[in-house]
Design a binder for this molecule. Structure first.
Ligand SMILES: [Zn+2]
Length: 56
């Protein structure tokens, strides 16, 4: 019996500012350059409007 653990590209993260539990998709991630060859992904928390670092 095969079970779907994760549907599609949905991922979850907790906002570090307001501690909301957020579900997002790859398309929601904005990639920002933080160094010479360093990139990080971020999304905007819909609750507090702060940036939340996520996996790119
Ligand atoms: Zn938040």
């Amino acid at each position: 019996m095969v079970k779907v653990i994760r549907y599609g590209n949905k991922r979850r993260v907790t906002c570090g500012v307001c501690e909301s539990f957020l579900e997002y998709e790859k398309e929601d991630v904005k990639t920002v350059q933080t160094g010479m060859n360093e990139y990080e992904g971020e999304i905007i928390c819909p609750n507090c409007r702060e940036k939340v670092r996520v996996e790119g």
